[in-house]
Design a protein around this ligand. Structure first.
Ligand SMILES: O=c1ccn([C@H]2C[C@H](O)[C@@H](COP(=O)(O)OP(=O)(O)OP(=O)(O)O)O2)c(=O)[nH]1
Length: 143
């Protein structure tokens, strides 16, 4: 079990909660009321700063119901929170694009995260060809 230090930016911010049994992704909430017009972009504050465990980063994605409920898309598709983003002022945010006029009340659970172990250190070596035969892609195996 990992214990993670979390700074909440407000006393009434919903507390992070690991829910046993359903999903190990942890919900995140809008830290303020947000009103957006169709086509507008906003970085929605999530009200927390987190000291991730050594060797981990966090990935943030929308909740499945977020688009249906609020008409927003996560503008960066998936948020990557680096281990080094761990200062008291390093508030997590969700960049969103509104597809319609929408209101997101403070405290609404709009996205979710999990922590992921860092990949191994990688070294890239330049070569002129690779040994394996081509697999093909972009629909080459059928529809
Ligand atoms: O959805 C996201 C994505 C990132 N971050 C925070 C954590 C991350 O560690 C930091 C910087 O992200 P990234 O390195 O992807 O941003 P950048 O566009 O490369 O800017 P920077 O110059 O800050 O690295 O922003 C979020 O709060 N939410």
């Amino acid at each position: 079990m990992e214990t993670i230090r979390v700074k909440y930016f407000s006393d009434d911010s919903p507390r992070l909660c690991y829910v046993e049994g359903k999903s190990d992704w942890i919900d995140l909430s809008a830290a303020e009321d947000v009103t957006l017009s169709a086509g507008e972009f906003r970085l929605i504050p999530l009200g927390i700063a987190v000291a991730l465990p050594e060797g981990y980063e966090a990935h943030i994605v929308p909740r499945s119901s977020t688009f249906k409920n609020y008409g927003i898309l996560q503008a960066n598709s998936m948020g990557v929170v680096d281990w080094s983003y761990r200062g008291s002022g390093d508030e997590w945010r969700m960049p969103v694009y509104a597809t319609r006029n929408t209101s997101i009340p403070k405290g609404s659970r709009i996205c979710q995260f999990r922590i992921m172990a860092h990949q191994p250190r990688l070294v890239f070596e330049t070569c002129t060809s690779l040994e394996e035969s081509d697999r093909g892609g972009f629909g080459s195996t059928g529809k």
